[in-house]
Design a protein around this ligand. Structure first.
Ligand code: SF4
Length: 442
């Protein structure tokens, strides 16, 4: 499981798979496509949901890792499900139904209760982001005690995609006691969050007064719908006025994010140190290209972009192809996988070339260069050890013709890159690398 290519979180956890579409934001739900690819008949109101057996151990592991690192890690609950969907029957991975005769848990409601009552209170180092398109159900399903005393390690969120859904869903979310956030994604139209709330209790307020954090992003993938970056600018400005943290995720994961939208703020009390570092404005200015390549979002500021493009254009045809893929926003690890899979050659061959091109790009934009030769050598060595360890691990399904890393492994590579390259000194670097290595051994 996890972790997550979703950059506003450290981990993703799914208690089950399956859902039913709610509004137009669901039209290209990647979870539907993913489930179909695995032949799981778990979509719709009349279908069961598939349990995810491994999730409980994963959650324990996330808590242990965060504790060891002395950090708070974010866990997005439900990339393949909606945690506040009504309770549904459960099946195992073979599609066999659970019942009280063969399992302790046979509905999604029971899994949800287990999560609320056993996991949340025992995970003080995790901040759970419970995102739903059904916020009117939240108060129906949370434990009674949460209504008075919401847990400090939970944020409740909802996903409007246009003005109409914002008007409805935000007001529903506001009935929930606790920290609240919006994920306006995929944004399909302009959303005015300064609109007055049409509601007795909150009629003095505007929609934005009802939430503590706003994430915004366009749609990605083959069927992406058009996106206008001015929609994000409008929300950015409103967030500034209301002092609400604003996080711009992506245009479409292909186009570079304009400088004025490269804003990745987190609410103060949920900021994991790792992400804080990536979004620190000073580091951002020094290493825009690196940060954005790591985050799978294309290359950053326009001046850096120009330098990076010039560099890529000067390369030999093969390296140029790799450089173009990196500039298009594919992470270095994924570029190696892509080339190796397409050309049916060992991953290692491409990994070496990708490292060369990535290092070249980094030199061009001048972030790592300033850190000095000793540190740079240490960083490169650690990075190579980290990537090789993941890629060569027998646990991976890496064959010459079938190269796939799990999302967790990819996340580790991406995080390794960020941590290694952004460490402030040798000691911090070593500490971080040790931690990552332990994580990989786990
Ligand atoms: S609510 Fe979420 S998981 Fe369910 S169909 Fe919509 S986008 Fe997919």
């Amino acid at each position: 499981m996890e972790n997550s290519k979703i950059e506003w979180t450290n981990h993703t956890a799914n208690l089950w798979w399956g859902c039913t579409e709610v509004h137009e934001g669901c039209s290209n739900c990647y979870a539907v496509a993913f489930a179909h690819r695995y032949n799981h008949d778990i979509w719709g109101n009349d279908k069961p949901r598939k349990e995810v057996k491994s999730v409980w151990k994963e959650l324990e592991k996330f808590q242990k890792q965060a504790l060891e690192a002395g950090e708070i890690h974010l866990v997005f609950v439900g990339s393949m499900m909606d945690i506040f969907e009504k309770s549904m029957p459960l099946v195992n991975w073979k599609g066999e139904e659970y019942s009280e005769r063969n399992s302790l848990y046979w509905t999604t409601g029971m899994l949800r209760d287990k999560f609320f009552n056993e996991v949340v209170p025992n995970s003080p180092n995790l901040m759970f982001l419970l995102l739903t398109k059904r916020p009117s159900n939240i108060n129906k399903y949370i434990p009674e005690s949460w209504k008075e005393n919401p847990p400090q390690n939970v944020m409740f969120g909802t996903s409007p995609v246009n003005q109409e859904t914002a008007d409805n869903l935000i007001v529903q979310l506001s009935k929930v006691n606790g920290k609240r956030f919006l994920s306006v994604e995929p944004q399909l139209g302009a959303v005015d969050l300064m609109k007055a709330v049409i509601d007795g209790e909150d009629s003095e307020k505007v929609l934005l007064d009802l939430v503590d954090w706003v994430i915004v992003g366009g749609e990605s993938g083959h069927h992406k719908r058009p996106y206008n970056t001015d929609w994000a600018r409008q929300i950015r400005e409103d967030c500034k006025v209301k002092n609400v943290p604003f996080f711009f995720k992506q245009i479409d994961k292909v186009q570079a994010i304009p400088d004025d939208l490269f804003i990745k703020e987190f609410p103060q009390n949920v900021t994991p140190r790792f992400i804080e570092k990536v979004t620190n404005p000073k580091i951002k200015m020094e290493g825009n290209v690196i940060i954005k390549v790591q985050e799978n979002e294309g290359v950053g500021s326009s001046s850096n972009r120009k330098l990076a493009e010039d560099y890529v254009n000067s390369l030999s045809p093969f390296k140029k192809e790799i450089g173009m893929a990196i500039l298009a926003g594919i992470t270095p690890a994924e570029v190696a996988i892509k080339f190796s899979t397409e050309r049916n050659k060992p991953l290692k061959t491409y990994q070496a070339y990708v490292t060369m091109v990535t290092n070249g790009l980094e030199n061009v934009v001048g972030s790592i260069k300033r850190l000095g030769a000793g540190k740079r050598a240490a960083m490169t060595k650690s990075l190579n050890v980290a990537s090789n360890k993941i890629i060569e691990s027998p646990a991976n399904k890496v064959k010459s013709n079938d190269v796939r890393l799990t999302s967790e492994e990819r996340q580790i590579i991406i995080k390794s890159l960020a941590v290694i390259k952004l460490a402030n000194n040798e000691e911090e670097l070593n500490k971080k690398v040790d931690y990552l290595m332990k994580k990989m051994d786990a």
